[in-house]
Design a protein around this ligand. Structure first.
Ligand code: FPP
Length: 244
């Protein structure tokens, strides 16, 4: 696998890091061991993004629906978030990673809220990679929050455009994802970036997230670089050739 040229690289990659539980069960381990292995892999993929020149990475770490998992798993995922901030912040900062959070912070424990806000503040001027951590994130929730704020701001109906809606989302100011990767083979969007994914290219692999390493990531980037993105239009060269 070789790295595509910079103009063929996705500017924004979003990842549904799926399959941690199955990875663990297959090895006779508790599900949390899968999330820990997934966290190790996340470190590899963040490094690869910095190395390859991907500018935005959005990761789906905890959805608004994940509260319905067993208490032990929910607590474990909260603990992993704290752990990542405690142990990885220094290196992420050194790598030039700007951390942002997308989702509902107010429903998390006060100590976690503080850690997240500190990490965001510490890294706010970094510009090699913007890392959006979707934690307690749901696409429908995000759109509902946006509508509520638009109404609170008294915006008139005629002023509501796609750009205006985008500017009210958690991802305001971030370009839409070019490439969405989903590991573990499921073919669904699972309430992830449902507005922003309008023209994203998808790469789905059966590999479980903890095993989705740098080589697989390169394969996803290479596949993306060969896609023909038409945004609902037709290929202009092909059209001219056929209508000459
Ligand atoms: C989906 O796999 C994965 C999650 C719900 C959690 C993803 C979290 C990490 C990789 C840890 C990194 C986290 C932070 C906070 C930076 P699954 O459990 O649904 O797997 P399964 O479908 O095989 O059960």
């Amino acid at each position: 696998m070789s790295l595509p040229s910079s103009e063929k690289l996705p500017q924004h990659v979003a990842i549904i890091m799926d399959g941690n539980g199955r990875w663990a069960v297959k090895r006779g381990l508790p599900r949390l061991a899968g999330h820990r292995a997934g966290t190790e892999n996340l470190r590899r993929i963040i490094r690869a993004c910095v190395e390859f020149g991907v500018k935005y990475l959005t990761i789906y770490a905890f959805s608004t629906e994940n509260w319905g998992r067993p208490r032990e798993e929910v607590d474990g995922l909260m603990h992993i978030l704290e752990d990542v901030i405690d142990h990885e912040l220094k290196e992420l900062n050194q790598q030039g990673v700007q951390i942002r959070h997308i989702g509902r912070l107010d429903q998390l424990a006060a100590s976690i809220q503080k850690k997240v806000l500190d990490a965001v503040k510490t890294t706010q001027h970094n510009d090699r990679l913007v890392l959006n951590v979707a934690f307690n994130y749901g696409g429908r929730d995000e759109i509902v929050q946006a509508i509520q704020q638009i109404i609170r701001d008294g915006v008139s109906a005629e002023k509501i455009t796609p750009d205006l809606v985008s500017s009210y989302l958690y991802t305001a100011g971030v370009p839409d994802p070019d490439l969405i990767i989903r590991t573990s083979g499921e073919l669904r969007i699972s309430n992830f970036l449902i507005w922003q994914a309008a023209y994203a290219e998808w790469f789905v692999t059966p590999i479980y997230w903890p095993d989705f390493g740098k080589e697989e990531f390169l394969k996803a980037l290479e596949t993306f670089s060969n896609r023909d993105r038409r945004y609902g239009k037709v290929d202009s060269k092909e059209y001219e050739d056929n209508h000459a």
